[in-house]
Design a protein around this ligand. Structure first.
Ligand code: SF4
Ligand code: SF4
Length: 435
C-alpha cells in the first residue's frame, strides 16, 4: 500500500465532523446505554463519549482518560436505536478507536499481543486449529473440571472469571467442511454461500453444521467457499481497520463472483461488519463496486429464512423459550421480527418474551474478556430478566452472546436452562418430524 493511501485512510478513520454534528446532546439515549446504567457516569454514556470525541476533533489531546471511556463502550449500538436524531454511534466509536490505534503508541507487549491475535491468529485456520486443540485437551482431559470442582480455579485470581468464559472446543472442527458444497433437500430454489467465521469453526462447529442443514431443508444448495477468512469484525471493533480491509478484500474475492442468491452468516456480530464491507472499502477504487455487491447479498440466517417461504415440515420442540436480541442484529442490522417469527413457527414451542431483551448482555465481542468485572455486572442484570421469563431455553442469534449467556446461566441461572441459536431449534424441529 503506498504512503498516500495510508495518509488518506488515517484521515477517513477518525470521527467525521458531519457525523459528530448530528448529536444534539438531548440525552434520550442515556437510559439505553448499559455502561451508563451501570456506572452512572456521563463520560461513560453515549452523549458523554460523543462530547469527548468532539473535543478531540477540535484539537484536544487523546488522553488516557479518553481512551478508557472509549474502551469501556460495548459498541452495542443500543444508543443508536434510541437516538431520534439518527446519530450513527457505531460508526463514530469505531472511528474513535481507529484514531487511537493510528495515533497512540502502545507499549511493546500490548502491541505484540494485539498483532498476534488480530493479524496472525484470527485469520489463520492453522493457528486456530492448534489453539482449539489445546483448549479441547484442557477441557476433555478433565483438567478444567478438576480445577472447577476443587475450587483450585480461584488460584487464577481475576483470570478465573475469564476462564469461565472460554467456549467449548467442538471436535471435529468445522474447518473440514470449508470448500464443500451441500446439495438442497428436494427441489433446489436457492444457491447460497455460507460464511463459517473464524473461532466459530472451533467453538461453534455444531451450530455451523445445524445452519447448513436448516438451509438445505429450505431448498438451498449451500457452498462453503474455500478462500473465505475471518470477517474482520473484531478488528473493526478494536480500531484495526487496515487488517479489517485486507480481510474484507479476501472475502469479497472468495465469494462475490460465485453467482449466489445470498451470502449467509449465523453470527450477528460478523454479519453487521460483513454488511459494512461496502462502506469499509468505498474509497478503494478496485474494490468499491465489488464490496457494494457483496453487501447487497449479505444476509443473517434468520433474515434470510424470514424472507422465504419457510419449510413447515417440522416436529414439535416442547419447551418454553425466550429470546435475547443480539445487539448487532437488533441495533446493528435492525432485525428483531425474523428470529421471533421463526421461533413462533416451531410446533410445541411456548414463546416467552423477555423484558429489556435488546439491552446488551455484556458479551460484545471480546469485551467480556477485556472488561470482565463490568461485563459480569451487566450480565447479572440481564439474568434477572432471563429468570423472570422462567424459560427452559434461551435463544439468541450470535455465538458471542451464547458464550456470555451460558456463563450467566451457570452463575445466576435457575438450573439446567439451555442456551441455543435460533437455527439450532429449527434444526431440532426438522429432526423431530414424525415424533
Ligand atoms: S446520540 Fe442521539 S439521543 Fe444521544 S444525546 Fe446525541 S442526539 Fe441525543
Ligand atoms: S454503544 Fe452501547 S455501551 Fe456504547 S455508548 Fe452506545 S449504548 Fe452505551
Amino acid at each position: 500500500m503506498d504512503v498516500s493511501t495510508v495518509a488518506s485512510e488515517a484521515e477517513i478513520d477518525k470521527p467525521q465532523q458531519v457525523d459528530l454534528d448530528r448529536c444534539v446532546h438531548c440525552g434520550l439515549c442515556l437510559n439505553a446505554c448499559p455502561t451508563y446504567r451501570e456506572l452512572g457516569v456521563e463520560m461513560d454514556s453515549p452523549r458523554g463519549r460523543i462530547y469527548q470525541m468532539v473535543q478531540v476533533a477540535a484539537g484536544a489531546p487523546i488522553t488516557d482518560a479518553y481512551q478508557e471511556h472509549i474502551d469501556l463502550c460495548l459498541a452495542c449500538r443500543g444508543c443508536e436505536s434510541a437516538c431520534p436524531s439518527g446519530v450513527q454511534y457505531g460508526k463514530l466509536v469505531e472511528a474513535a478507536r481507529s484514531q487511537i490505534e493510528n495515533e497512540v503508541e502502545r507499549g511493546f507487549w500490548t502491541r505484540t499481543l494485539r498483532d498476534f491475535v488480530f493479524r496472525k491468529l484470527l485469520p489463520s485456520p492453522a493457528l486456530l486449529t492448534a489453539a482449539g486443540a489445546g483448549l479441547w485437551l484442557y477441557q476433555a482431559s478433565g483438567v478444567q473440571k478438576l480445577l472447577r470442582v476443587t475450587g483450585l480455579i480461584k488460584l487464577l485470581g481475576p483470570m478465573a472469571d475469564r476462564e469461565a468464559l472460554a467456549p467449548a472446543a467442538q471436535i471435529p472442527f468445522f474447518f473440514r467442511e470449508i470448500g464443500k458444497t451441500f446439495p438442497a433437500e428436494g427441489k433446489q430454489k436457492y444457491r447460497v454461500a455460507f460464511m463459517a467465521g473464524c473461532i466459530a469453526n472451533v467453538s461453534f462447529a455444531r451450530l455451523n453444521e445445524a445452519t447448513v442443514r436448516v438451509l438445505q431443508k429450505n431448498g438451498c444448495e449451500v457452498v462453503v467457499p474455500p478462500a473465505q477468512t475471518c470477517c474482520g469484525a473484531l478488528h473493526v471493533h478494536a480500531g484495526i481497520r487496515d487488517t479489517a480491509r485486507d480481510l474484507a478484500r479476501r472475502n469479497v474475492d472468495a465469494v462475490v463472483d460465485g453467482n449466489y442468491d445470498a451470502i449467509i452468516t449465523n453470527a450477528a456480530g460478523c454479519g453487521s461488519t460483513l454488511k459494512e464491507y461496502g462502506e469499509l472499502l468505498e474509497h478503494d477504487p478496485k474494490y468499491a463496486a465489488r464490496a457494494a455487491k457483496f453487501t447487497s447479498l449479505m444476509k443473517d440466517v434468520t433474515e434470510f429464512l424470514g424472507s422465504i417461504e419457510l419449510n413447515q415440515k417440522m416436529g414439535p420442540v416442547n419447551a418454553t423459550v425466550t429470546y435475547q436480541d443480539s445487539c448487532h442484529l437488533a441495533h446493528g442490522q435492525k432485525i428483531r421480527k425474523a428470529p421471533r417469527d421463526l421461533l413462533k413457527a416451531i410446533p410445541g414451542l411456548d414463546f416467552k418474551p423477555m423484558p429489556l431483551s435488546d439491552i446488551c448482555c455484556g458479551s460484545a465481542g471480546i469485551y467480556n474478556v477485556l472488561h470482565t468485572d463490568l461485563s459480569m455486572k451487566i450480565l447479572e442484570k440481564k439474568m434477572v430478566n432471563v429468570n423472570y421469563t422462567k424459560a427452559q431455553v434461551i435463544a439468541t442469534a450470535n455465538p458471542g452472546c451464547m458464550i456470555q449467556l451460558e456463563a450467566g446461566v451457570r452463575k445466576w441461572g435457575r438450573g439446567n436452562e439451555r442456551v441455543v441459536h435460533v437455527v439450532e431449534l429449527l434444526d431440532e424441529a426438522y429432526a423431530n418430524v414424525g415424533k
